[in-house]
Design a protein around this ligand. Structure first.
Ligand code: HEC
Length: 181
C-alpha cells in the first residue's frame, strides 16, 4: 500500500520533468534542442517516405548558392546588419516574429507566454525578455548568431530562415527594445 502510494507520488511529481529530461538527453537531432515543442514535418517518417533519395555531395564541395559558413559567436560580434530597417523589412520582421518567436517570447517579446510558463515549471531557463539589459547589450552580430544557432532551450533557426530574414528579426528585436534602426 505504502509502496504504491509512493510510486504514484513519484510518477505524478517526477514523470513530466523526467520525460522532458529524457527528451533533452536523446536530443531529437536535427535541432538537438532540449524542448522539442514543434515536430517539424520534414523530420517525420511519413514525409521521408515521400522524398526522393538524396545524393550526398562529394567531400569538400562547397555550396554555390545558399548555405552559410559556420562562424563562432566571438567572430559574429562585429558583423554589420545588411538589412536596413524600412517599412517593408519592418513588416516582414513583425510577421516573422509572430510565426517563429512569439510562441516562446510572447507577442510583446517580454518573455511572457504559455510556453515560457512550462519552461519555468520544468526548471528550464525560460525564454528571455528581449527588452532586458542582457539582450540590449548584445551587438547585432551576436543577436544574428543567437537566432541562427539557438541558445539553451532556444532552437536554431539557420535552416528554417534565410540570412535576410534573420537580420530582419534582429531589427525586430531592436524594435521590441524601442530602438528602431
Ligand atoms: C522554443 C522556445 C523559443 C523560441 C521559438 C524562440 N526562443 Fe529565443 N529564447 C528561448 C530561451 C529558452 C531563451 C533563453 C536561453 C538561455 O538563456 O539559456 C531564449 C533567448 C533568446 C534571446 C536572448 C539570448 C541572450 O543570451 O541574450 C534572444 C535575442 C532570442 N531568444 C530571440 C529569439 C528570436 C528572434 C526568436 C524567433 C526567431 C526566438 N528567440 C525563438 C526560447 C525560444
Amino acid at each position: 500500500m505504502q509502496l504504491s502510494s509512493h510510486l504514484r507520488r513519484l510518477l505524478t511529481r517526477r514523470a513530466l520533468p523526467l520525460a522532458i529530461g529524457v527528451l533533452a538527453l536523446t536530443g531529437c537531432n536535427p535541432g538537438a534542442y532540449p524542448f522539442d515543442y514543434f515536430r517539424e514535418m520534414h523530420y517525420q517518417q511519413s514525409q521521408h517516405l515521400l522524398e526522393p533519395q538524396r545524393l550526398s555531395p562529394p567531400d569538400g564541395s562547397v555550396p554555390r548558392t545558399g548555405g552559410r559558413p559556420q562562424i563562432s559567436f566571438a567572430g559574429a560580434r562585429d558583423l554589420q546588419n545588411p538589412v536596413r530597417s524600412t517599412p517593408d523589412t519592418q513588416k516582414a520582421g513583425v510577421a516573422l516574429f509572430k510565426v517563429n518567436c512569439a510562441v516562446c517570447h510572447g507577442a510583446a517579446g517580454n518573455g511572457e507566454s504559455f510556453v515560457a510558463q512550462r519552461f519555468t515549471a520544468n526548471h528550464f531557463v525560460p525564454p528571455a525578455d528581449l527588452a532586458s539589459s542582457r539582450v540590449r547589450n548584445r551587438t547585432d552580430g551576436e543577436l544574428d548568431w543567437i537566432i541562427d544557432n539557438g541558445i539553451g532551450g532556444m532552437p536554431p533557426f539557420r535552416d528554417l530562415l534565410t540570412e535576410d530574414q534573420v537580420w530582419a528579426l534582429v531589427n525586430q528585436v531592436r524594435a521590441v527594445q524601442g530602438q528602431q534602426r
